[in-house]
Design a protein around this ligand. Structure first.
Ligand code: SR1
Ligand code: MG
Length: 399
């Protein structure tokens, strides 16, 4: 195909047919565009035998805002390359990319039609025992093997250069670390919590800690992050889960990916105060989430520790005291970024259904206040909290 143009359903079918070898001339193809995310077009192309594939095309602007927010289509390259790399490192939990076309900024990938979006499942109260173990494994494998522990200095630097992703990083820099802490026009604040949101704009102690987290996000290229590990980027079924949507990928602080995920599990926990009326059912789901958060950190840190001890190529990084300190630092960073996620999803541009779908305005405000309170505590106390149980205690004692 020639110059970039926005795909119609016909274009998407042709693209899928040309690059898959799965369909063939005689197949009767059908196609629907069903993207409901913030940025891209997403097509499902199916044949009459039930085989289907996904075509994802980057638009030259952010879909959720429109053409007034131009955005590089090079994000499709970042997404394809991060997913290909992560899939090599963790094939079970990364979606398969079949083809990437730079000109059309389009990716052909497997259709996870037997999977559901994790966020929707958690909102409806579904529980999966394999969630934390599988995601811990995805995070440990992808983050360890793209870090300085596993790569040579020159190779690592080359990789950092390939994944600079300045435009998408700028979105995160603004939405996570700037907008919620000032009266920004992009913010989206539920009227009932206006005064709580305004406190963030004058909270100097909090702003100083957020500045540190932002500075680390800008200048700590520890590993090739997925960059957007929220529960809408995870597909799950009764056996497995897979990560999609890696367009925010870049070399950044390991705690950012871990913390984004923890933040999203916490948002679901807090959302259920307003989503589930029956006390026992709610408590049972919240206990499940606590257990998953605990398992996630335990298993991620154990695996990362073991990889540092057994696989580290760089002699000076084999020092065990350094390795212990490194893990403790990831923990503190993860808590800080989880706190930022709680706050920005409550008052910033991009909300989550875990809070927004609470129909009763007072209950929604209660959950939102808890999210702001917990977010603040995690950010401020992140270096003093020395284990995950202390975090869960903080969670249980929210007013
Ligand atoms: C304009 S993009 C808003 C949010 O959607 C993405 O999934 C990222 O989380 C981003 O912050
Ligand atoms: Mg996304």
């Amino acid at each position: 195909m020639a110059e970039y143009r926005t795909f119609t359903t016909d274009d998407a079918m042709r693209f899928a047919d040309e690059h898959s070898g799965l369909f063939g001339d005689h197949s009767k193809l059908s196609c629907e565009e069903f993207g409901d995310g913030n940025l891209n077009l997403v097509f499902r192309v199916s044949n009459d035998k039930g085989t289907s594939l996904i075509v994802k095309q980057a638009l030259p602007y952010a879909r959720c805002v429109g053409e007034s927010w131009p955005l590089t289509i090079d994000r499709a390259r970042i997404e394809a390359e991060v997913l290909l790399k992560h899939r090599k490192l963790c094939p079970d939990h990364t979606v398969e990319v079949l083809h990437y076309d730079a000109e059309q900024a389009a990716i052909l990938m497997e259709d996870l039609k037997d999977y559901r979006i994790l966020r929707t499942e958690l909102i409806s109260g579904k529980q999966f025992a394999h969630l934390a173990p599988q995601l811990a494994s995805y995070l440990a494998q992808t983050l360890y093997f793209t870090s300085d522990f596993a790569l040579t200095g020159p190779n690592k630097k080359q990789q950092v250069g390939r994944f600079l992703n300045p435009e998408l990083c700028l979105i995160t820099e603004d939405l996570f670390f700037t907008d919620p802490y000032c009266n920004h026009e992009r913010n989206n604040i539920h009227t009932a919590i206006n005064s709580d949101a305004q406190q963030l704009w004058h909270d100097e102690a909090l702003q100083a800690e957020v500045a540190q987290l932002k500075a680390d996000f800008l200048s700590k290229p520890q590993a090739l992050l997925h960059g957007d590990v929220h529960s809408g980027s995870i597909f799950i079924n009764d056996e497995n889960c897979k990560l999609i949507d890696a367009e925010f990928g870049f070399y950044g602080p390991i705690g950012f990916d871990v913390g984004s995920l923890v933040g999203n599990l916490l948002l679901n926990y807090l959302g259920h105060f307003g989503l589930t009326a029956d006390d026992d059912t709610r408590q049972q789901h919240q206990d499940y989430l606590q257990q998953q958060i605990s398992l996630l950190w335990q298993q991620f840190s154990q695996q990362f520790k073991q990889l540092m001890e057994t696989e580290c190529r760089e002699p000076s990084l084999q020092n065990s005291r350094y390795q212990q300190h490194f893990l403790q630092q990831i923990f503190a960073d993860a808590l800080g970024y989880a706190g930022c996620e709680l706050i920005r999803r409550t008052v910033g541009l991009a909300h989550v259904a875990d809070l927004d779908s609470i129909s009763d305005s007072d209950l929604r405000a209660k959950s939102e206040r808890k999210a702001l309170q917990l977010g603040r505590e995690l950010i401020i106390q992140r270096r003093e909290l020395s284990n995950i149980d202390q975090v869960l205690t903080l969670l249980r004692h929210l007013k």
